[in-house]
Structure formats: structure tokens, C-alpha cells
Design a binder for this molecule. Sequence first.
Ligand SMILES: Cc1cc2nc3c(=O)[nH]c(=O)nc-3n(C[C@H](O)[C@H](O)[C@H](O)COP(=O)(O)OP(=O)(O)OC[C@H]3O[C@@H](n4cnc5c(N)ncnc54)[C@H](O)[C@@H]3O)c2cc1C
Length: 486
Amino acid sequence: MYDIAIIGAGAVGGFVARELSRYNLKIVIFEKEVDVAGGVTKANTAIIHSGYSPKPGTIKAKLNREAIEIFPQVCKELDISYKKTGSLLIAFNEESMEAVHKKYTRGIKNGVKSLKILTKEEILAIEPNMNKNVYGALYSQDTGIVNNWDMAIAPCENAVDNGVALRTREKVYRINKSEDTFYIDTEKDQYQSKVVINCAGLFSDEINQMVGKKSFKIEPKKGQYFILDKNQGSMVNHVIFLAKSENDKNTKGMIIAPTINGNIIIGPSSQNPCNKEDMSTTVFGLNKVKSLAKDVIPNLDFSKTIKTFAGLRPKVDFAEDEENDFIIEEDQHVGGLINVAGIKSPGLTCAPSIALMVKDIVENILGKLQPKDDFNPYRKKVIRFNELDEEERNKRIKENPLYGKIVCKCENISEGEIIDAIRRNPSPTTIKGLKFRTMVGMGRCQGGFCMCSLIEILSRESNKKRLRWDGDKNSLGDKSMEKMDG
Ligand SMILES: Cc1cc2nc3c(=O)[nH]c(=O)nc-3n(C[C@H](O)[C@H](O)[C@H](O)COP(=O)(O)OP(=O)(O)OC[C@H]3O[C@@H](n4cnc5c(N)ncnc54)[C@H](O)[C@@H]3O)c2cc1C
């Protein structure tokens, strides 16, 4: 019998597992995909929001502020790539400048520090590629960028290191509760647990309905993006948000930002609800993003696009008069079931503070938790060879010559790094999993040159003879490979 069963190994499930692994609890995480970070966490803008956007008094506003306080320490402990870039919420006319002032006031109410209204001249001094017609902006020093895949991989690795059982490829399809025990049926087995924590992202409504009453519904909203080559990386220095006036539906959430890997990310579009599995991009959606971005940074060169992709926001169907807040609470009808649902933006930012809130709810259910003596808060990421200085590189190559064998020439990733990633727990079993951990194949050629070597290394290291190609239809050049038994 487990004390805690967590459903979903995205950023939220990962941080919840890691937080609870500090205590003497028997914990399991179920993930339906072959790897962690396979849901909403996989495809988003990867911005660490400073917290001026959420409505004051909401759970979002509180958790965003708390997250900003703890984020640097969390990233240090888990070796997550994170950079504070600062952001500009820009306006091109008086009407959208009103929205900028409203966000400033909101930010002050939310306790956001270092907010400042900038003039046109001040903006152009720090963002020289900006459209010269810019009117004004809200500068926020605390905004940052992060590696979104690491936001699930790192806490999951650390949780596993601290004794949590991670069961990938185990979709939960039925939950029953009898007296104080949940009976959880997955594709492989039946498990028992005292508490169930529903961190299933887009599918959290379905998990809730398996055991609870229908209390919310998730309606995915798609956002589409461009990633531009690193040679466009200096086009913006800050995260650029486009302020929208009251009636403007077009600019919602539009961002142009540097990525942690040195590229530029542009998007997302905002579209009507769609299917939960529909990650396709469309000419219509991408063209909308492109034309808005060109209004802001006219010299952006879209011929340098290396990838387009889509992400799905897990939007709850709240009534018009209800606040579009996170749902983080023990289910009103089923004691011991904790729903962590509707975690859209700034959910990546808030994952560490959501975990702290969930821990308090668990304590309300199970009583005071006993800290473990041997909890290890630290995890090291895969060595990034191209981040090392000459001396350190030579030292590594001497210890292991595979660090001198470059597999991905675009991103300068060595075979040593790939093997380091494969030998971790959880170990990636797909090319995508390798990409998320090492950035291999994420560069200009998108794996065109290194794919065969990657397949060879992965099959050799995982000792598998038969491999099945599982073409990813929606992203050019992004094929994933799945192992089969044998
Ligand atoms: C377009 C877009 C842009 C965004 N930009 C930002 C941003 O810049 N900054 C920010 O802070 N936030 C951003 N967000 C929000 C952020 O991405 C999410 O809040 C966060 O990733 C949610 O993580 P999660 O763990 O709740 O969900 P997920 O990552 O979806 O994890 C849920 C997991 O549950 C698994 N699962 C589902 N059903 C089952 C089942 N039956 N059995 C077992 N496993 C199951 C899924 O496979 C999945 O891995 C953005 C979101 C989108 C869509």
C-alpha cells in the first residue's frame, strides 16, 4: 500500500513528488507516456513569470510570487538551466499603454518588485531592434527563461533518487475508493494508496471523474510557435510581451523571447478549444504569429526558422463570472483525492510553489509528516560539454574519450553526454527523451545529420535489437523512436 499515488509526471507531478520525498512516505508516480515531461510541460514558452499578470487575491498570484522567491534556490539544487533576463510588456499606442499601467498597478498589489514604466527612448536603448513606433513599456526585472523539459526531468530524477517509484507507460484508467483506500488500475497492475494526487494536466478532468463527481472540464486551447536559429538570437535581449487593449483578442499572450539554448521563440497563437491530442501546426495559426511578431521586431528573419510546434493549454471551462484560477484542493466529494488542475500559465513557474501547497493539503489529510534524515535535495544535470572551459574539457576527455567524440555538430554534443543521459534514472528510451536531456538534435539541422548515430547509441546502450519508428507527424524532422521488448 502506498501513502501517496501521483498521477502525471509533468512539471507539477515531478515537483510534488520531489517535495513529498522529503518525508517518510511511500510514493508512486504513474505516467502514461514512455517518459516524463511528455504532456503540457513539453511544449510551452518556458518563461518564468514575475507575477504582475494574475488577478490579486487568486491562488495564481500568491503562488507566482512565492515561486519567484524560491526559484533560484530550486534551480541551484536541481541544476536546472535558468536565466533572469527581465521582460518588457510593450505598447504601441495610448490604448494599449492603459493596459500596461493596469498591469503595473496589479504587479504592485501582487508584491512584484523592480517594476518600472519605460519611455520609448529607454526601450530602444535596451532593445535596438524594436519597431521605432513603440510607445512605452512595463519593465519587470524578475522575469526569466528556463529549460522547460528540465522542469519535469530534474525533480523526477531527484524524487526517484529519494525513493519515489516512477512507473512510466502506466496509464491510470480506473480508480475506486473503498473505506480509506484507493484502488488504482493501470494498464499493468492494480495498486493501493491512501492519497491520490491528480496532476494529469489536460486529462485531470478524466482522472477526477473516475472517482469523484464531474466538477470541472478541461478544454485545451492550442498555441503555435516558431523557433528561430541561433543566428537570430541577438534580435531581442529581454522577454517581450505584447500588451493588448480591452477588445483585442489577437495579441493575447504573444511573446518574443530568447530561449535558454540561445535561439528565439515566437508565439503562441491563441485558438479555440481543440482535441487533447492535436499538436498540429497550421499555416493560418503560424502566419498570425509571424505577422504580429514582425510588427514588433521588423527585422526578424523567419527564413531562419528551425522548428515550428504547438502546445495545448489545459483551460478549465469556468463560468463567465468565475475566476480562471488554478484548482488545487482536496476534492469536495472524495476525501483523500487532491486535484491539481487547470494548471495553465504560469504553471511552469509555479510548479515548485504548487508542490509546497500540495504538501500542506497532504498534511491536513495524513497528519504531520515526518522528515527523512537522508533526503538529498541535489541533482546534477547531464554535463554540457559546450558549457565547459578548455581545461575542464581536456580533463573530461582524458577521463572518458567519448566526451571528445562529437555526435551533434550543430549543438556540439558528445557521445559522452548522450551516454550520461541514458544511464540516468529515469532513463530516456526515445530520441525525444535524449533531446530533452542533452539538446542533441535541437540545432539547425534538427537531427538530420546525427539521427542515425543517436539510434545506434541508444539501441546499443539500452541493449535492444528491435526498434520501431514512431514518426511524429506534426514536427518536421522530429522523429521519435520507441523501444520494443526483445
Ligand atoms: C502554449 C503554452 C504556453 C505556456 N507558457 C508558459 C510559460 O511561459 N510559463 C509558465 O510558467 N507556464 C507556461 N505554460 C503553462 C505550463 O506549461 C503548464 O502549467 C505546466 O507545464 C503544466 O504541467 P503539468 O505537470 O500540470 O501538466 P503536464 O505536463 O501535462 O503533465 C501531466 C502528465 O499527466 C500524464 N497523464 C495524463 N493522464 C494520465 C493517466 N490517465 N495516467 C497516467 N498519466 C497520465 C500526462 O501524460 C502528462 O505527462 C504554458 C502552457 C502552454 C500550453
